[in-house]
Ligand binder design. Structure first.
Ligand SMILES: [Zn+2]
Length: 335
């Protein structure tokens, strides 16, 4: 039986698993989840990770002792080697997580070598490999629209993690947002303190804090007016998919922001492809196609050679982190 690597995606509430064999096939088609219990701190969570891995192996029909390496991804902020920020984070609230070496902790718990990526970079790597295959020298930029805006930069087949682990923190890149039509008077502030970065316009948080309040004042009597802002924000995508004019306008602004951002990246990297992922893309083909068209419409004119750059959507979005982490583990095994 051939050797395997495992991918472990630790989210806020659940751990997600996959296995990748030497032929490049993922042995779990959909999602295999186990409760993370990260609020109970590292000891409990590491046990959950190990227990879930054994259950996932049984589910996939693979033997755990054939797993030669593990890829782990988590939300940040964390160092490039998987040490969580000493200042804590929204996904790791228990005080024992501050400054915790989660890569080392999982390695010790499982008794197998573990490589680490942050969740945005892992998802970006999966998106990249789904387009170009695992043996490639291509360059891509992935933006993943969720609560915030994560993503990753893959240069000639390798994830750019950066010196401090903040490579591919695309959400906090400033964009020329005044160029977006229809938002005169809007001041998009981000949690990071910047005004007018990509996340300040293109994230679920941006909808709740900035875009929905702005457009509701222009659309009196809308069905979302008067609802709790967090609930209302979560309904915007569904209404946009169904054709609600105001909610489409909110997503149009997000697409235009992405277009401006991608234009900057085209000029920096001259990439082979641009990739979009995240919950916002878990919608109908019609909506995805419209959104991609709006991204393209938001880009300033490109050089002739770059005008037709490919725009992709990350497939199997829920499994993206685990798959990307497994791919990174497989790369280190090959190396
Ligand atoms: Zn920011």
């Amino acid at each position: 039986m051939m050797r395997l690597v495992a991918g472990i995606d630790l989210g806020g509430t659940a751990v997600n698993y996959t296995f990748l064999d030497e032929a490049g096939h993922f042995r779990i088609d959909d999602l295999f989840e186990h409760p993370a219990r990260s609020v109970d701190g590292p000891d409990t969570c590491l046990t959950q990770i190990a227990d879930g891995l054994a259950l996932a192996a049984a589910h996939a029909g693979v033997e755990l002792d054939k797993v030669v390496a593990v890829g782990l991804d988590t939300p940040g902020p964390a160092s490039a080697t998987g040490v969580l920020s000493s200042k804590g984070s929204t996904n790791f609230v228990h005080p024992a997580w501050a400054g915790f070496d989660i890569r080392g902790g999982v390695e010790q718990k499982l008794g197998k070598p573990v490589v680490y990526l942050n969740d945005g970079n892992a998802a970006a790597l999966w998106g990249h490999v789904s387009i170009f295959g695992s043996d490639n020298r291509a360059t891509s930029l992935s933006a993943i629209i969720g609560t915030g805006l994560g993503g990753g930069v893959i240069v000639e087949g390798r994830v750019v993690t950066g010196r401090n682990g903040f490579g591919g923190e695309l959400g906090h890149v400033l964009i020329p947002w005044h160029a977006i039509p229809g938002i005169e008077g809007l001041v998009p502030r981000c949690n990071c303190g910047r005004t007018g970065d990509l996340e300040s316009l293109c994230s679920l948080t941006a909808i709740r804090r900035t875009l929905l309040p702005f457009f509701l004042t222009k659309t009196p009597g809308h069905s979302l007016a008067g609802l709790d802002p967090a609930d209302a924000a979560k309904r915007v995508r569904g209404l946009a998919v169904d054709g609600d004019a105001m909610c489409r306008e909110i997503f149009r602004v997000q697409a235009r922001a992405l277009g401006l951002f991608f234009d900057e990246m085209i000029n920096v990297f001259d990439p082979d492809a641009l990739v979009v992922g995240g919950g916002a893309m878990e919608a109908t083909p019609e909506f995805r196609g419209w959104f991609l068209d709006e991204i393209r419409a938001g880009m300033p004119p490109q050089r002739m050679e770059q005008a037709g750059i490919a725009l992709h959507v990350i497939p199997n979005g829920d499994t993206a982190g685990a798959r990307g982490a497994a791919l990174e583990a497989a790369r280190t095994v090959r190396a």
